[in-house]
Design a protein around this ligand. Structure first.
Ligand code: GFB
Length: 318
């Protein structure tokens, strides 16, 4: 993409936003894009969104901004997760249309799938039933971004598409100890347990299965989608490899060379047992794409976190 094609990235200072500056396989990522964050504009407010679009006049938008969190935050702030996300998506996609943005790539999540869907999850199953009770407001709000993109594509003939990444992790994640996702929280907890010589407390039974994708891979795949993906149905971005939380803990523990005790706190939620995805569609487009191994991704993330401990995001905004 040349500078003239003006790309605007919402949620640009989060983990995926940073990864977009690092992509190196599909055209060097998009370092020339404009990366905006919630410090610049409150995207729940229509007027602020319109002001942002009037200022930057983008041709392409990568829409990453969202109110996100792990299993606990999704349950504690059910209403906020619904309202913030439905407003942000509605405003951003509508403002894009109004100023003539040609392409929008919006980010959904694998937790939007029905809880009782037949596995593996494919792109055609998004709307076939209720999402899991632990995050239904977030899931429904995100489902509506898919509906909005499809409707705008149909009526206005614009290239508005969506991608569905599985659990993303990597440098610049939110390492908050209450409301974060499992990977950054466990990395932070293990760092502290090692430093303070204390036990590592893991939530739940350790049995649930998850699929993780490294943020650098997401950056590369997003750059690819911006240039190449134009189906109205979303595309799943996934390795399609499941790992149990227990095995994830082992990787983090060995990454830190932590020798202390690991305790599974079964009073804390397990959330959805599994949400295995089918990445056949992605594989059809990119049969040779090489995902970063989870071992390497975790090692790089731990190194980044240790080196950037002071500056790493550990707080939660409300
Ligand atoms: O990343 P996470 O919070 O969200 O992972 P989900 C939750 C799983 O990790 C549960 C276990 O099985 C937890 O019991 N776990 C173990 C922990 N230790 C910890 C810990 O210290 N912190 C956390 N957070 N979990 C989210 C959705 O679901 O996935 C979001 O709620 C979003 O909406 C995201 O879609 C990708 O994978 O369960």
């Amino acid at each position: 993409m040349s500078k003239e094609e003006k790309i605007l990235v919402t949620g640009g200072t989060g983990m995926v936003g940073y990864s977009l500056r690092w992509g190196h396989i599909y055209g060097n990522g998009i370092p020339d894009a404009t990366f905006v964050s919630s410090r610049d504009y409150d995207l729940r407010e229509k007027q602020q969104v319109e002001a942002m679009f009037a200022k930057y006049k983008p041709k392409h938008v990568i829409h990453l901004a969202a109110r996100v969190g792990g299993v606990k935050a999704n349950t504690d702030y059910v209403a906020d997760f619904y309202y913030d996300n439905i407003m942000i998506n509605t405003n951003v996609i509508e403002a894009s249309r109004r100023v003539g943005v040609e392409k929008v790539v919006s980010f959904l999540s694998t937790c939007i799938f029905p809880d009782d869907a037949e596995y593996p999850l494919t792109e055609s199953k998004i709307h076939l039933g209720e999402p899991h009770s632990s995050n239904y407001p977030y899931a429904y709000a995100k489902r509506m971004a898919d509906i909005q993109s499809r409707a705008y594509k149909e009526q206005y003939d614009v290239d508005y598409v969506s991608v569905i990444p599985t659990n993303i992790y990597g440098p610049n994640d939110n390492f908050n100890l209450e409301n974060g996702h499992v990977m950054p929280m466990l990395i932070h907890k293990c760092y502290l347990a090692k430093k303070n010589n204390t036990d590592l407390k893991v939530w739940g039974t350790g049995k649930p299965l998850r699929e993780f994708i490294y943020s650098k891979d997401v950056g590369e795949l997003t750059t690819w989608a911006l240039k190449n993906y134009d189906e109205s149905e979303p595309i799943i971005l996934s390795t399609s490899h499941e790992i149990s939380i227990r095995d994830l803990v082992d990787l983090i523990v060995s990454g830190f060379n932590y020798k202390g005790k690991v305790i599974f706190d079964t009073d804390k939620p397990d959330g959805q047992y599994r949400k295995p995805s089918d990445n056949s569609k992605l594989r059809k487009y990119l049969p040779d794409f090489e995902f970063t191994s989870i071992e390497q991704g975790i090692q790089e993330t731990i190194e980044w976190f240790v080196e950037n401990y002071e500056g790493a995001r550990k707080w939660e905004k409300h």
